[in-house]
Design a protein around this ligand. Sequence first.
Ligand code: RUQ
Ligand code: CUA
Length: 652
Amino acid sequence: MRTPTFRHWRPATFVAAALVALAACGRPTRSSSASDAASRVYVAPGEKDEFYAFFSGGFSGQVSVYGLPSGRHFKTMKVFSQDPETGYGYSEQTRAMLNTSYGFVPWDDSHHPELSQTAGVPDGRWLFINGNNTPRIARMDLTSMETAEIIEIPHSAGNHASPFVTENTEYTVAATRFSVPTPQRDVPISSYRENFIGALTFVKVDSSSGRMAIAFQIRVPGYDYDLSSAGKGPSHGWVFFTSYNSEEANTLLEVNASQHDKDFVAAVNWKRAEACIAQGKGTKEPARYAHNTVGADHIARTEWGTSVTVITPATCPGLAYFLPTPKSPHGANVDPTGELIAAGGKLATVIPVFSFSKMLAAIEANAVDTVIHGIPVLKYESVLAGEVPEPGLGPLHTEYDGQGHAYTSMFVSSEVVKWDTKTFQVLDRIPAYYAIGHLMIPGGDSRKPWGKYLIALNKITKDRYLPTGPELTQSAQLIDITGERMQILLDFPTVGEPHYAQALPASLIQDRQLKVYDLAHNTDPWATRGEGEAGVTRRGNVVHVKMTAIRSHFMPDNIEGVQVGDSVYFHVTNVEQDWDVPHGFAVTGMNNSELLVMPGETRSIVWVPTKPGVFPFYCTDFCSALHQEMQGYIRVSARGSSVPLTANTTRR
Ligand code: RUQ
Ligand code: CUA
């Protein structure tokens, strides 16, 4: 870069510069040099990023892993969607992950990644994400970056306010976005008010294994429950859920659910729920839901839940309170101190900020307007810490930097607004391109934000990138929040619509990454631990091929005696024990997916040949200099043929 020297300065430039300096007087300036921004996101070749960031894949159903500040995409974690690139959701070992009470559901709409926390701080153990369409919560293991478990949430529809965790990951929560007849049954939609019910679900997380179990559901009025945030510190033991449609409309919600001046934030005391259940106030109700877990053998299996414990606010006083909240609230976000709860009313003109201590005092003083289905509605003024005046239009979500600042996304005016958590005054605002939804600061929803960067997760990109036909990329923006004024550093595309994201310092998990699966501990019943175990067997129309993969051959590599219409199971074990040496496997005409097999792992896939011939199979991952030689043939004969079943397992 050329530095301007003094002789380039003309009087006019000088005056202009002076004016800029004057205008900026008393107001911190935003540095705007592109090269300055570039140098702050530049991670030199071979260098590593400072943060891992986990972005929801939205309607892709997956989670993407990025590095910050570079915005480089490292991996897509397979969660709710079948992935033919790896065989996730196709292979025999992974198919069960996508079982639900609706059958096999190979897709979802994932919105909110949430890191597990210990003492209110992300601990790098697990990542949770919600399935919004078919209500589910998934748990990913952050040492393998693979999905370890998916639990279905019964009595729910649209699990949006999820899977936010309590301070020590005691619970991950779920809630019904669309109230539905509970239990599900055939009723007129016009009977909404009588038959449609909401459910807030608390899913217990085992502190050592991470295993989830539905602990209880709270039956609530038939509103739409939207987002949630757990208390911390003084407010530990509480979870705050936003709701809209307190009108209980069931048609044209954009008008009919915007009638009331205020909807509610539901403050739920889960310790109280535990106490009431311990006193026998819960009822067991039938419910069928899938619970899919990956076992120690690295195989997913489904267990079926048969009932849930249900509790109602009317039978458990002190369980839930409603905080009136202006105009169709969306996010409700507890600050790092645990005292403030900022709510975003999509149509509101202020950001209402509730005070937890005032809420307790209001409960104590019985400052109640009315009671709805056993839930006292506290007086708005009695629970209010303050209102952020004139923040912009369409406040949605708030994150915190841990230094007394809050940052709220403004959807309609498309900007991030920074405000002071003591004075509630707006300190700065910066445009987001365009229509920002969530925003995220690493640890920004925890007790210990790493308040260096903020990510704007935008709904629309319009003219920001090279156009790609009618479907444009989704996008995030990296904003530096270390100065008094925010500064945009980088735009980067994301996979699917990025709703929310989470991030933590790379140092928390980078050294704990699994490199290979231990072959000696591979207990898959179809594992082939050495080439001597490779071979083929037939049981009726089913052929099992036990196969090894190693640089640079399959064992066996020639198979004969398969017949049209057989179900041929290829059980491929990658017997490598070196990091970064997966092998792929695919047969000509494979009509489900390939397999991508990690070192030490066994994956199985079924292939049903439809015509006679000799068909090649090969390794799809360029694994060595002789990768192109990593191939074999399978001979398919007509049904009833007398060609004997054989496999070439010789080494020369
Ligand atoms: S949403 S843009 Cu979390 Cu699904 Cu707010
Ligand atoms: Cu194995 Cu290419």
